[in-house]
Design a protein around this ligand. Structure first.
Ligand code: ZN
Length: 167
């Protein structure tokens, strides 16, 4: 029912506001930001993978795969994001940070995340062929917490669409 008294109305709008604030801080919210980076890569003709780094609930770096643009096989989204995040923080370690990346990192990027001592890694789709969990499962720093499968479907769809259009 619609609240009748003014005070009741204020109460309910406050709860709604808190609800929205909570929504902002979910893994899904941050993964959406990584997906929008992947979309930028897609539009440039790059393999659509996006990554962001979050520190103290703030996005401190946004990046996407740039291997074609930079003519550099190491220009994966994660590598770009690590460099950008370290530059923002003014220090090379990402100890209190979380990386959100749309696809499971390869061993090179997992290695870079280990060097950066990232606190947490959240990724979307699995990469059966080139993912670190299959090729080099012990690459990450032992203290790094991992969450996989966040918005995996959206990420997979974008990758599929990209490789379909390439053919
Ligand atoms: Zn990589």
């Amino acid at each position: 029912m619609f609240p009748k008294k003014k005070s009741e109305y204020c109460e309910s709008s406050k709860i709604k506001f808190i609800g929205e604030m909570t929504e902002i801080l979910t893994d899904e919210y941050f993964m959406k930001q990584a997906l929008s980076e992947a979309k930028i890569a897609f539009d440039k003709g790059e393999v659509p993978i996006g990554a962001i780094v979050v520190c103290d609930k703030k996005i401190i770096a946004r990046a996407h795969n740039m291997t074609e643009t930079l003519n550099d096989v190491t220009a994966h989204a994660e590598m770009q994001a690590i460099t950008a995040a370290a530059s923002t923080l003014g220090g090379k370690y990402l100890i209190d940070c979380t990386m959100y990346v749309t696809v499971e990192p390869c061993p090179m990027c997992a290695g870079a995340l280990a060097w950066a001592q990232i606190d947490r890694l959240v990724y979307g789709a699995d990469d059966e062929k080139r993912g670190y969990t299959k090729l080099a499962p012990r690459t990450l720093h032992p203290k790094t917490k991992v969450q996989s499968g966040v918005m995996a479907e959206e990420s997979t769809q974008m990758m599929k669409k990209f490789f379909k259009e390439l053919r």
